[in-house]
Design a protein around this ligand. Structure first.
Ligand SMILES: C[S@@+](CC[C@H](N)C(=O)[O-])C[C@H]1O[C@@H](n2cnc3c(N)ncnc32)[C@H](O)[C@@H]1O
Length: 216
């Protein structure tokens, strides 16, 4: 697994806001463990890449990964570009795009880390269907979301997202749409994926859940 100190080093010139995000996110989300569950080689397309934090973990974790990140938010993409430049990451590319409309480039792996909840249920399905179509047989889709149970963690998460999305405006979006774990498993299965669900909420205040999906 990636050493946190290497991540902090990679972010040293990314600015105060990005460093605050990095520290908070690593404290409240097992992102390093999630990155370690992504296959170690191949082209990864990170949909909703934000400021490039997950891409950074993927690149630091293996020299055999190449990452293309897409996001709607130009301010976050500027941070990602700075990370790429300052760390000399020739294996990274970041582009502005709406992942609901984008035609996905071919890849071995697609990742969606805390992004789907910002899309309507029909857009969530459209995005997952596009991943299923674009992946080669044996390809991997990694989806990180929040579960709707236990209830108290779900309520806390909704409160925190309301502050982040609607009050502070830190994340682009207007509403959020969380699905119960069983619903995600059914949906991903119906798209032809073999799904391994990894609950990651133990010892955390958020009901993190990861779906590692292999295309049959
Ligand atoms: C909570 S942030 C997660 C960012 C990143 N995946 C991470 O874990 O650090 C959600 C991201 O999804 C992006 N996003 C939301 N809707 C999007 C869309 N339709 N197309 C592209 N990006 C989108 C937001 O701009 C934001 O950067």
């Amino acid at each position: 697994m990636v050493d946190k100190r290497d991540v902090f080093r990679a972010f040293r010139s990314a600015g105060a806001a990005a460093n605050l995000y990095l520290r908070v996110k690593l404290r409240i989300c097992p992102l390093i463990e999630i990155a370690s569950r992504v296959p170690a080689r191949g082209h990864v397309v990170d949909l909703g890449c934000g400021n490039g934090l997950f891409a950074a973990l993927l690149l630091l974790g293996s020299d055999a990964r190449r990452v293309t990140g897409f996001d709607l938010d130009p301010a976050k993409l500027r941070v990602a570009e700075r990370l790429k430049r300052d760390n000399g990451w020739g294996r990274a590319e970041f582009r502005e795009a709406d992942i609901v409309r984008l035609t996905y480039p071919p890849a071995d792996i697609y990742t969606l880390i805390d992004v789907l909840y910002l899309l309507s249920p029909s857009d969530q399905e459209a995005v997952l269907r596009k991943c299923a179509r674009a992946l080669p047989p044996g390809g991997t889709l990694v989806v990180k979301e929040m579960d709707t149970r236990p209830r108290w963690k779900y309520a806390w998460n909704c409160f925190q997202e309301t502050v982040s999305v609607r009050v502070v405006g830190f994340t682009l979006g207007k509403k959020f749409f969380f699905r119960p774990r069983e619903e995600f498993e059914r949906l991903l299965g119906s798209l032809g994926f073999a799904v391994a669900t990894v609950p990651l909420g133990r010892g955390q205040i958020h009901p993190h859940v990861l779906y590692v999906c292999r295309k049959g």
